[in-house]
Design a protein around this ligand. Sequence first.
Ligand SMILES: [Zn+2]
Length: 253
Amino acid sequence: MSRSFLIYPDIFGGRIRAFFTGIVPGVDRKAVCGLLEIADDALFMPIQRHTADIIALTGKQAAAPAGADGVITGMGGVAIGVKTADCVPVLLAEEKTGAIGAVHAGWRGTAKGILAAAIEKMAALYGSRPADMKIAIGPSIGGCCYEVGMDVLREVRARCGGAGPGGADYFQIKGGKAYLDLAAANRLQALAAGVKAENIWLSGMCTFCHPELFNSYRRDTRNGKMMHAGHEGGGRQGGFIMKNKNTENKIRA
Ligand SMILES: [Zn+2]
């Protein structure tokens, strides 16, 4: 079996603990809690449904996960995370106010503007300024591999627009086929919401291209590994973020 694979984005300050996982440890709660040195009930992961819904966590709700595709909190010592397997895991932190966030953005969530929604909610609830936010965009299916229908491209473009100043192209048309780079699309969405380019970290890794490291829903489906139609049963990796408990901040839990 594969060895444990973790990516630590080097953009957050010392109060923040954040990482993306590979196939191992994936989204194994015990392993993730072990890495963060927290109890199981201090890890919250929402039930994901490709919405643009963001939950603001205000208590220990890990035992009763709710439906959402993004979570934000001002609490220290509580980890939040999302599951992905081609979709983009995005981790956010604004250390002046102490707010953190985790977002799952597939093409539907991207088209619905979930990252922009998370940024806006962090600003509205915690007073976090987008210009002070730091964002890590984890491994997802890249523009090298993610062929999409023109209808999908149209929906994402309706939200993300063209590749504006400071934004790399997030789609290509090659041989009449559309290829979408979800990480780049979400980077553009963050820039449009007021996040600074230098405060956005990208893993640059494609889940489809690295079968030894990552689950890929599309690759695994094509290979016939997953016979079921559902999205939930396949292998997942994740993105997790936590603010250390014993730190001062402006938010009262
Ligand atoms: Zn690829």
